[in-house]
Design a binder for this molecule. Structure first.
Ligand code: NAD
Length: 497
């Protein structure tokens, strides 16, 4: 018997009454490891109602107590780091070390949430007019909701609910139905850390449950991370229902390789950034732009990529795991085929990849294309697999133009020994997260995760100071305390007197 994943409502792990169950499968074997229920309409309503009720007392809870909950939570996450990573690796297929990294990058956000007192400080100016002071507070919004993707089942839920809750809100999480066991373990540990009942609810399902959240009158704010098509739907529907929405979407991230870069650094970093996690990272490098003479390193890049092989989560020699499901594998194979048909040269082809210990897994080997042009689907679309396309440019200006014309703007990097080239690149590139000799520039949580253009819809980003802005309202107070002076009659103007 496989387990049916519970819902977390009102502080209790409960079994859903839904008969609509989705299997959670091991992507290396297709074995069903759990069933996840699509919560009923009444259950989603109960989750929101419970979060709404809990908000009444949580919003009055002193900020230092909220911070202490986060301190206990980060300690528990650290104590259970390996156990969470094991659950995560088994349901996503990620290698154990990569799974630990997924959890770790989430723990860092919880550490950031521990600083909520200083993060939520307002502003004050004394004597804005005679004997009048002005100051601002940040106050929580109410029930916030988060919808998360499959590819970081620890990190991305942890981008959301710790910051929202530290700000004084309560939260309804709808994690990916493809790997719900990790977020459920995170939720259990949050309760163990002493979270009052109703602070965090977890409901499961897909479009129907998400749409109910998007239309729910008691939810003022929605955070989403996932694909472009769903992100656009979430942003449009959420804002149409007068909610504030932050929607992080897909990507096509370029690495520019200047001829003065250090060759071995380029190759090592490019291999890890392109095929690590099977390319299933929104910050994966999927396009390498070789400027000038650096193009002659492509054969060595091919050799280095060919050394990497996918494997089981607990195989220490495996470079990465399987793709999340058979449809994802089919989609990647379709892109590889389209690339060949469009005239790109497939220098390394992972379509026939086999892992003898797990013949039914969703394996795709490292794949490298050259002679790629911007009209080809392998350049235009997010493939989300271990496929790297190489493009050649004569100058840095040409590389910058290419990237700025691409609709996505999540992450990019430049490898160079020239400060002037790096400075020009960081200034002119229309991408929200830039690495200089750093291939995957995911910011630490005291900054924000700042995707641009088609990779993000909204204005306030995840974590950093922007998360506090997203999850709070600012209240500005203008105050005068009368001494014994008598007011000199009514003030008939807008000016403060
Ligand atoms: P997805 O869009 O299929 O699913 C994301 C979430 O939306 C899931 O919880 C899912 O249940 C829900 N959902 C799916 N279809 C829906 C619909 N029609 N209406 C409402 N909700 C729906 O994404 P995924 O495949 O789980 O994740 C991979 C995608 O996420 C990639 O495109 C990747 O680039 C993106 N991603 C972006 C970032 C970022 O920060 N920009 C980070 C991680 C992943």
């Amino acid at each position: 018997m496989t387990q049916t994943v519970p819902l977390l409502i009102g502080g209790e792990m409960i079994q859903s009454e839904s008969r609509n169950l989705i299997p959670v499968t091991d992507p290396a074997t297709q074995a069903v490891i759990a069933q996840v229920p699509c919560a009923t309409e009444a259950e989603v309503d109960r989750a929101v109602a419970s979060a709404k009720a809990a908000f009444e007392s949580w919003k009055e809870t002193p900020v230092s107590e909220r911070a202490r909950l986060m301190l206990r939570y980060q300690a528990l996450l650290k104590d259970n780091h390996d156990e969470i990573a094991t659950i995560l690796a088994k349901e996503t297929g990620k290698t154990f070390e990569d799974a630990r990294g997924d959890v770790w990058r989430g723990i860092e956000v919880v550490e950031h949430a521990c600083n909520i007192a200083s993060l939520s400080m307002g502003e004050t100016v004394e004597n804005v007019a005679r004997k009048i002071d002005c100051y601002s507070y940040t106050q929580p919004l109410g029930v916030c909701a988060g919808i998360t993707p499959f590819n970081f089942p620890a990190m991305i839920p942890l981008w959301m609910f710790p910051m929202a809750i530290a700000c004084g809100n309560t939260f309804v999480l709808k994690p990916s139905e493809q790997d719900p066991l990790t977020p459920m373990r995170l939720a259990e540990l949050f309760r163990e850390a002493g979270a009052p009942d109703g602070l965090l609810q977890v409901i499961h399902g897909g479009k129907e449950q998400v749409d109910q959240l998007l239309h729910h009158p008691d939810i003022p704010a929605i955070s989403f991370v996932g694909s472009v098509a769903v992100g656009e739907h979430i942003y449009r529907t959420g804002t149409d229902n007068m909610k504030r929405v932050q929607a992080f979407a897909g990507a096509k991230n370029h690495m520019v390789i200047m001829p003065d870069a250090q060759k071995q650094q380029v190759i090592n970093n490019l291999v890890g950034a392109s095929v690590g996690a099977g390319g299933q990272r929104c910050m994966a490098i999927s396009v390498a732009v070789f400027v000038g003479e650096s193009r002659k390193w492509i054969p060595e890049l091919r050799e280095a990529m060919a050394q990497v092989r996918p494997g089981l989560w607990n195989d220490p020699e495996a470079g990465y795991g399987p793709l999340i499901n058979p449809q994802a594998k089919e989609r990647v194979l379709r892109f590889i085929q389209e690339g060949k048909e469009a005239g790109a040269e497939c220098l390394l082809d992972g379509s026939e990849c086999v892992v003898p210990d797990a013949p039914d897994g969703n394996w795709v080997g490292p794949t490298l294309f050259t002679r790629v042009t911007p009209e080809m689907s392998i350049y235009r679309e997010e493939i989300f697999g271990p496929v790297l396309v190489a493009i050649e440019a004569e100058t840095l200006d040409e590389a910058i133009r290419l990237i700025n014309e691409n609709p996505y703007g999540n992450g990019t990097s430049i490898f160079t020994a020239s400060g002037a080239a790096a400075r020009k690149y960081q200034h002119e590139i229309q991408v929200g997260q830039v690495g200089i000799n750093v291939p995957v520039p995911v910011p630490l949580p005291f900054f924000s995760f700042t995707g641009w253009r088609k990779s993000f819809y909204g204005d306030q980003h995840a974590y950093g100071k922007q998360a506090v802005k997203f999850y709070t309202e600012t209240k500005t107070v203008t105050a005068r305390w009368f001494e014994d002076d008598i007011a000199s009659g009514p003030n008939m103007t807008i000016a403060l007197k």
